[in-house]
Design a protein around this ligand. Structure first.
Ligand SMILES: Cc1cc2nc3c(=O)[nH]c(=O)nc-3n(C[C@H](O)[C@H](O)[C@H](O)COP(=O)(O)OP(=O)(O)OC[C@H]3O[C@@H](n4cnc5c(N)ncnc54)[C@H](O)[C@@H]3O)c2cc1C
Length: 469
């Protein structure tokens, strides 16, 4: 235990990505009343991508974006940076939730990813994108068998996947905890530096004429008349023709959003840069795949450009009673200790390495485990929230849906169930808390029990509420 505590002793309690050397000066808050055509609330990926796509579709549109703290302070600047093509949280969930639309959703996901990367090139945004692909690793013999079944089914579907048996996977990434690996070789999946993406988008938007105000919190929203919405932010009021709410897991101003998502805290730690010797001890630097383990309560881990390892997820995720989003939950020492312990179990060769950063962030979890779009006030207000831990790529698509719902070049995708189907609302407290706790412990039990899903998970599966990606 002492070595765990030592490894975390000097860790900076802020996201690794919030590097003071590159963090832009925050913009001043809104201090006087104003008007705009499109008001965007929230300076994470959804809000930023929405502003950019609206500008690209209609360059003359007058957009104002407000952020309650600073751009990239939400999940977007705190996430793992795993960039994934999937829009609806994996194939199984897509089939469950939107029967018959899987192929179309997959094609839209690929298109979204291509446009994502082209946008980085077009505006020269250095988000440190690395097209390293993703690999899932099995942590025991049962998981190995299940992962192998998945490999065979991917092969049947014509996916470009590679199977690594125990010795082979350890040649890829040397961990005594790994029994097998499934590498998704095709596609554009990879990793980015998420805060650099936020700040690159912010700089681009400013150049395109979007007005951005930081430290400006939306407090209430109401209809002023048939054409205009009134947004109150501290001393200032904004009159807007249209409003896009991109507030994700944070307390929402509309009940419809509040009921559709719950905030779940996820924690991460990051090591100091690995030395040549440490890199050689694990061998991962040759392939640099983005890794996750094949569990319900899975860890996700990756290398950064300067060869640190970021490590998050696992049993450290938490839902706090009554939708807790308070800053006090941002740091949870016992979560960091748990993460560090699991890290050293996976990479015992790195004993002695120190963690440079530790932090938490909030995931907006919807009952369908993927983005939930919606509208209110006769279509003058729209939103896309609830990506459930899979939002780095999907938020660009969520942003597209939200602007189309507001009338900016609507397309056929608005007819899809993916957009039209309502997400089941979460139960009220205390049922919500009890349900999440029960599910979490059932998932942990299933992980320890060769993946066998108990009665509770089977019941949820029947209702399409079981978490299986
Ligand atoms: C720890 C962690 C790890 C993750 N890892 C990954 C990953 O590796 N890959 C992946 O695909 N996804 C991951 N995710 C999920 C992904 O980060 C999110 O889905 C995505 O960033 C959501 O973007 P967003 O803009 O909708 O929300 P956010 O980034 O949360 O942005 C919402 C913004 O709205 C602002 N806001 C809220 N209320 C108001 C208000 N009233 N007035 C003004 N502003 C307001 C907030 O301050 C915030 O900046 C992770 C999430 C977390 C927390």
């Amino acid at each position: 235990m002492k070595s765990i505590l030592d490894s975390l002793k000097d860790a900076n309690p802020r996201p690794l990505w919030h590097d003071a050397d590159i963090m832009p000066e925050p913009l001043p808050p809104l201090s006087q009343d104003t008007h705009c055509e499109l008001l965007i609330v929230g300076g994470g990926f959804t809000g930023l991508w929405a502003a950019l796509q609206a500008k690209e579709r209609r360059p003359e549109v007058d957009i104002l974006l407000i952020e309650q703290t600073f751009i990239g302070d939400g999940a977007s600047g705190r996430c793992g940076g795993f960039l994934n093509t999937s829009l609806a949280h994996g194939e199984t969930n897509t089939e469950y939730q939107f029967p018959g639309e899987a192929d179309k959703i997959e094609a839209l996901g690929v298109q979204n990813m291509l446009e994502f990367i082209q946008t980085l090139e077009r505006y020269q945004i250095d988000a440190r994108y690395e097209q390293v692909g993703a690999m899932e690793v099995a942590l025991d013999k049962d998981a190995k068998q299940r992962l192998y079944q998945l490999y065979k089914s991917c092969k049947r579907d014509g996916d470009d996947v590679v199977w690594f048996d125990t010795n082979a996977v350890r040649e890829q990434v040397n961990s005594p905890a790994f029994y097998a690996g499934l590498w998704y070789r095709d596609g554009l999946d990879g990793v980015i530096d998420p805060a650099r993406l936020c700040w690159g988008l912010k700089e681009t938007l400013i150049k395109l004429g979007v007005r951005i105000y930081e430290s400006t919190k939306l407090q209430s929203l109401q209809s002023l008349n048939k054409k205009s919405m009134k947004a109150v932010c501290g001393q200032a009021e904004i009159h807007a023709d249209k409003v896009l709410l991109a507030t994700n897991a944070f307390p929402a101003v509309l009940g419809k959003i509040k009921r559709s998502i719950i905030p779940v805290w996820d924690y991460q730690i990051a090591t100091e840069p690995l030395t040549e010797e440490q890199l050689n001890a694990i061998g991962w630097h040759k392939t640099r795949h983005a890794l996750s383990d094949f569990n319900n309560m899975f860890h996700y881990f990756r290398l950064t450009k300067d060869n640190r390892i970021t490590w998050g997820g696992g049993g450290a995720v938490r839902y706090y009673f009554n939708n807790g989003t308070d800053k006090k939950y941002e740091h949870a020492p016992e979560r960091y200790e748990q993460l560090a312990e699991e890290f050293f179990h996976t990479f015992p060769q790195l004993k002695g390495i120190r963690f440079s950063n530790k932090w938490g962030g909030i995931i907006a979890t919807s009952s369908r485990f993927c983005m939930v779009p919606g509208t209110a006030y006769g279509g003058r207000v729209a939103w896309a929230v609830g990506y459930t831990g899979h939002g780095v790529g999907a938020s660009r698509f969520g942003a597209r849906i939200a602007i189309e719902l507001l009338g900016y070049q609507p397309s056929d995708i608005l007819k899809m169930q993916f957009v039209r189907k309502k997400a089941m609302p979460w139960a009220p407290e205390p049922l919500r808390w009890i349900g999440v706790k029960l599910t979490q412990s059932a998932l942990v039990k299933a992980d320890k029990n060769g993946g066998k899903r108990g009665l509770w998970l089977k019941l949820l599966d029947k209702m399409n509420l079981g978490f299986t990606c």
